[in-house]
Design a protein around this ligand. Structure first.
Ligand code: PAF
Length: 279
């Protein structure tokens, strides 16, 4: 079994030993409840660097007061075993006080990219994400860090933070991993009942409907959004937002005459799901 480190000092000592050997380090930050999507990041991390490490930390700073922090799925032993089988060398699983010591007051805010979409619906969420990822980068000083494209806005926020703060880490985005029927893998899928899981398929169907229309020549973003929203309604998923955006700035587009991304957030029962695809 691989080591589970608890303190940032232990991580730093381990990282120093790796760098002394002239090895590169890849980091896969996670909140646990690992699925095949996370494991694809660990495997790619192993391909890009001699050593890949993962962090498991359910970050309170990125949950709103009415969100699912207390019921977020936790299975440290299972997660560590999965990390080991995918090739991770060690895991950092700190407790909350290690990351946010008494009196903590330093936050990272990526202002523009955090404003819209999930940022608007989940105030403070990206400030929490950027802060914890910055702290992870301080502890690990990784050469490469890998994130899934399912959290497309998160990935854009992290890329911007790295560029703005001049952090010496290469950020790699990895494709969404889906079930055979199209459902994007998510740690929150375990909240879904059988009926809700069928409704959740509305998200990938909505993206497919928009991509199909686009492939047939539709360039009006509002018509693509309408087609996707209709699929979500038909599946009984409550639309939080559907948007067609520039993949780098995440600003909304009217005319889809260049690469674009459709972003979707929808509620299925009590569970909020997100998905996205290139158009
Ligand atoms: O994507 C996640 O699991 C989290 O937002 C992250 C990047 C690990 C930060 O807590």
């Amino acid at each position: 079994m691989i080591d589970i480190l608890r303190t940032a000092d232990e991580v730093r000592a381990r990282v120093r030993a790796i760098h002394r050997k002239g090895q590169r380090l890849a980091l896969v930050p996670t909140m646990g409840a690992l699925h095949e999507g996370h494991l694809s990041l660990v495997r790619e991390g192993r391909r890009l660097a001699e050593v890949c490490a993962a962090s498991i930390f359910v970050n309170p700073a990125q949950f709103g007061p009415r969100e699912d922090l207390s019921r977020y799925p936790r299975d440290e032993a299972g997660d560590v075993a999965k990390c080991a089988s995918a090739g991770a060398a060690f895991v950092w699983a700190p407790d909350t006080r290690e990351v946010y010591p008494e009196g903590y007051q330093t936050y990272v805010e990526v202002s523009e990219l955090s404003r819209r979409w999930c940022g608007e619906k989940r105030p403070g969420h990206f400030r929490g994400v950027a802060t914890v990822v910055a702290k992870l980068f301080c502890a690990f000083e990784p050469d490469v860090a890998l994130f899934g494209e399912k959290d497309f806005q998160q990935l854009a926020v992290i890329r911007r933070m790295v560029r703005d703060l001049g952090m010496a880490v290469e950020v790699v985005g990895m494709p969404i991993v889906r079930e055979a029927d199209g459902l994007a893998l998510s740690s929150r899928n375990i909240y879904l009942s059988a009926t809700e899981r069928r409704s959740a398929l509305g998200l990938s169907r909505a993206l497919q409907a928009a991509a199909h229309l686009k492939a047939n020549g539709e360039t009006s973003a509002s018509r693509l959004v309408e087609a996707a929203s209709a699929e979500l309604r038909a599946a009984d998923a409550r639309v939080d937002y559907v948007a067609v955006v520039d993949p780098t700035t995440l600003e909304p587009m009217d005319l889809v005459d260049r690469p674009a991304r459709m972003l979707i957030a929808a509620h299925v029962g009590k569970t909020r799901l997100i998905d996205n695809a290139a158009l």
